[in-house]
Design a protein. Structure first.
Length: 151
């Protein structure tokens, strides 16, 4: 799509490309014809992206927590586990999600014992711990548990 549209742009011209396969628009701007370079940038128009992320997580927690807590309470020695998925490589990362998760938790009295984030935006899924018992990422690093005397 980009390679088809870019050569036809005049110097200084702009174009907006849309595809049914993408949930966003692509904006092209041909600065000049002197060099062959592509510069990619990502941005979001909304200044409320943090708030929107927190609301999406709060919505997921509202749907899942009652079921998890009830199931764990009905069984002896049962731990509740919640797995959240993110497939947004452009505008999100584990720390932004952890911050939103932490903010969303204020709305709940009972929480799952463990919460994991699975990032599926790349090749191999990456799993991070957002909640391990009472500990939360990112303010309470889990990696200290693995420190050795050599470090």
């Amino acid at each position: 799509m980009i390679f088809e549209a870019a050569p036809g742009l005049a110097d200084g011209a702009k174009a907006v490309l849309r595809s049914p396969l993408l949930p966003y628009e692509i904006h092209l701007w041909k600065r000049h014809s002197r060099e062959s370079r592509i510069f990619a940038a990502r941005y979001i128009d909304s200044s409320d992206s943090k708030q929107e992320r927190t609301e999406r997580i709060r919505t997921a927690l509202t749907r899942k927590i009652p079921k998890l807590v009830a199931t764990a309470a009905a069984r002896i020695n049962c731990k509740s586990v919640l797995i959240l998925e993110s497939d947004d490589i452009a505008l999100s990362n584990v720390f932004a999600i952890a911050e939103a998760f932490r903010s969303a938790l204020a709305s709940f009295e009972q929480l799952p014992d463990y919460v994991f984030l699975v990032e599926t935006d790349g090749g191999v899924p990456v799993v991070s711990i957002l909640k391990d018992g009472a500990r939360l990422l990112p303010h309470e690093p889990f990696y200290e548990d693995f420190a050795t005397d050599d470090e």
